[in-house]
Every structure is written in structure tokens, then in C-alpha cells.
Design a protein around this ligand. Structure first.
Ligand SMILES: Nc1ncnc2c1ncn2[C@@H]1O[C@H](COP(=O)(O)OP(=O)(O)OP(=O)(O)O)[C@@H](O)[C@H]1O
Ligand SMILES: N[C@@H](CCO)C(=O)O
Length: 353
């Protein structure tokens, strides 16, 4: 029996001004506990894979490997390498503490875990992390969450301009990259492979004193919906506003001891948060009203990813900060939970003896 665990962190994207650019891996982990019984000759499981699940999304997340996001992504990687199904007999037990659709990168973690699952079960050891990033970007098109989940830490991500023939490959409909159900549409053909070197990243320093408080409202905002409310064009002064702050942010969060006023300024945004207020009652008030001058320990607040989670960066008074944000949400009849998190390493495969 072969067994291993794939551990993938949650993440917070944007951190204010870094829309679709900046990501922070967080110490909350999606785990895939995988066993492969290679002594079996046949399997009764669809695509040779049995899925079991516990944690966030239990009961809602599909357990059919042709419908589950994680196994569909793994099948995409396998099929690009002429392997049509999982090895006989694969069992994937998913343990997921990352709340779905809350801005903590649950889908990014699922995609990264899926590409790593495909690599491991397929014996595709030549696929390095840079190549896995290409596969991730065929599925989740913005690089900030998947980049953080794959590489870990506090990172900036960017996409390479592609050759015209590669643009066509990247822009194929997602349904052709991840046929749904994956088994049903199996024509035996290879799916379109990702072009090489689509995405890149750079690691930024992170001051050891800084912790991340995630205040998580009890409702979901699907990322697609939170992107649909954004304008297609922006006033020049708003773009300049964000560029000024994004130039500061990686420096400000790397300096030890941290400068609260500089960080608070560097976390401001005009490209996405104000438009998402319509979906997240209380958001505008929370990010505008709390500052280091009025709250001890606080460095800054922002929307985490596409929301509705609020990320507050702080050096102390974590519970007090969380409670203030929770009480603001309570005025809108929204209940929340909160977590104290730290920067995390990227995806890891832990082999069991
Ligand atoms: N562990 C999982 N297993 C299977 N599917 C998952 C898993 N986690 C997330 N998903 C899929 O991803 C969807 C949530 O993705 P979405 O992009 O809307 O939010 P998010 O990734 O949590 O937030 P954000 O991108 O703002 O950080 C879920 O509804 C589900 O379809
Ligand atoms: N940068 C993305 C992150 C969410 O997945 C957004 O804000 O829409």
C-alpha cells in the first residue's frame, strides 16, 4: 500500500491594492490523504478513485471523481500525459478546514492540491513547481491565490505575455480543459496542454511580528460574482492611487519593526473593494473606520481575496481587533468567526513509510 499526504495552504489575495497580483499563504491547510493499493487488478470505483470528505463543504462538495474539483484537476494533468484514469485502487480522503467561497483561497488550494495529486499518482516527477503553476493557471486564471498556495509565503505574481499561438491555447473554454463530467466526455484525446512559463512569482519578506486575523462572515460570495461587479475601465487617478500603494506594500510589510501608519496607507485600494461593498454589507465602514491611531496593535485591514472575509494585519490585541470587526458585521445581522493565522509554506507532499 502506498500512502502520502498533500498539504496545501489557504491564502489571502490582493492585501488591499494588489488586485490579482499579491498573495499571502496562510496557516490553514487542505489535506489530501491518499492511498493507492497497487495489489488490486480491477476497480469498481469510477475512474479507479474513491473520495471521502470531512470539514468545510462536507455534504456539498461532490464525491464523484469526475465532478470533484480536486480530482478533475488531477485528471486534467494525468490526461495531458496520456493517463486516462487514477491508478487502481486510489482512495483520496479530503480534510478541508478552509471555508468555501469566503475569500481564503479554497478554490486555489483545491486546484494546487489537484495538480500535485495528478503529479504524484501519475509518477510525473519531471513536473517542477513552475510547470505545475502553468497547469493551475489553465484552471484558475488569476495567479495570486494559486501562486501563494503553490510557492508559499508573501508573493507577487505576474503573467508572461504569450506568443499568439499560446494565447489561443490559454483562451480555450474551461470546459475543454476540465471536461465535466471528466469521465463522461472521455474521447481518449489529450486535453489542450498549458503553454510553458505562463506565470511567475517573486517572494517578498514578511516581518516576523505581523500576524493575520481572518474575520469570516457566515455567508459565501462566489469569486465569479465578486468579479462581475467590477468595472471594465477605471479613472486614471484610481489606478495611480493603487500603483503608489502597491509600490509601498512589500517594503512596508517586510520592515521590522513594522511601521503601522505606513502599512495602513499601503493597504488602501480603489480598484475592487469599493465595488464589492454592494455584496458585503459593512465592508466600506470597516476598512475606512479602523486605523492604527484608533486601535492598538492594528496595522491595517482589507478585504481578503474576493471576500467576504476581512483580513486585519496586527502585532497584538488580536481578539480585541476581531471583536470590533465582528460587532460591526453584527449590526448588519451577519455572524462571523475568526482565526489567527500566520504566513505558511507552500504545498507539501508528506510520504508515509
Ligand atoms: N476542497 C474542495 N473540494 C472541492 N471543491 C472545492 C474545494 N474548495 C473549494 N472548492 C470549489 O471552489 C468553490 C469556491 O471558490 P471561490 O473562488 O468562489 O471562492 P474561494 O476560493 O473560497 O475565495 P477566493 O478566491 O476569493 O479566495 C466552491 O464552491 C467549490 O466549488
Ligand atoms: N484577485 C482575486 C482573488 C479572488 O480569487 C479577486 O480579487 O477577484
Amino acid at each position: 500500500m502506498e500512502s502520502f499526504t498533500i498539504r496545501t495552504p489557504a491564502s489571502s489575495a490582493n492585501i488591499g491594492p494588489g488586485f490579482d497580483v499579491i498573495g499571502l499563504a496562510l496557516s490553514l491547510y487542505l489535506e489530501l490523504r491518499v492511498t493507492i493499493d497497487r495489489s488490486k487488478k480491477t476497480s469498481e470505483q469510477p475512474l479507479n478513485c474513491r473520495i471521502t470528505y470531512e470539514g468545510e463543504g462536507d455534504g456539498d462538495v461532490p464525491l464523484d471523481p469526475s465532478a470533484n474539483l480536486i480530482t478533475r484537476v488531477a485528471l486534467y494533468v494525468l490526461r495531458c500525459h496520456d493517463q486516462r484514469a487514477f491508478p487502481i485502487e486510489t482512495h483520496v480522503h479530503i480534510v478541508n478546514p478552509i471555508p468555501l467561497g469566503r475569500g481564503l483561497g479554497s478554490s486555489g488550494a483545491a486546484v494546487v492540491a489537484g495538480v500535485m495529486l495528478g503529479k504524484q499518482v501519475g509518477g510525473l516527477h519531471h513536473l517542477d513547481d513552475r510547470r505545475l503553476f502553468d497547469f493551475c493557471l489553465m484552471i484558475e486564471r488569476h495567479p495570486d491565490n494559486v501562486g501563494a498556495a503553490l510557492f508559499g509565503g508573501f508573493i507577487g505574481t505576474y503573467l508572461k505575455p504569450l506568443a499568439p499561438e499560446d494565447v489561443a491555447r490559454v483562451e480555450i473554454p474551461l470546459s475543454e480543459v476540465l471536461p465535466s463530467p471528466a469521465g463522461g466526455l472521455d474521447t481518449g484525446e489529450r486535453p489542450p496542454e498549458p503553454p510553458h512559463g505562463i506565470g511567475h512569482h517573486i517572494k517578498f519578506p514578511w516581518a516576523k511580528e505581523i500576524k493575520a486575523i481572518a474575520i469570516i462572515p457566515n455567508f459565501e460570495v462566489p469569486t465569479a460574482k465578486a468579479r462581475a461587479v467590477l468595472p471594465t475601465e477605471y479613472p486614471r487617478q484610481d489606478v495611480t492611487f493603487n500603483m503608489q500603494r502597491i509600490a509601498l506594500l512589500p517594503v512596508a510589510l517586510g520592515q521590522s519593526p513594522p511601521d503601522p501608519e505606513l502599512i495602513n496607507l499601503a493597504m488602501q485600494d480603489k480598484l475592487h473593494q469599493q465595488y464589492r461593498q454592494a455584496l458585503i454589507p459593512g465592508l466600506g465602514d470597516i476598512v475606512e473606520s479602523m486605523s492604527p491611531s484608533t486601535q492598538e496593535g492594528l496595522l491595517g485591514t482589507c478585504l481578503s481575496g474576493a471576500g467576504p472575509t476581512i483580513l486585519a494585519l496586527a502585532t497584538s490585541h488580536f481578539e480585541e481587533i476581531a471583536e470590533k470587526i465582528i460587532s460591526r458585521f453584527r449590526k448588519e445581522n451577519i455572524d462571523c468567526k475568526w482565526l489567527l493565522l500566520e504566513p505558511a509554506e507552500g504545498v507539501k507532499v508528506i510520504k508515509q513509510a
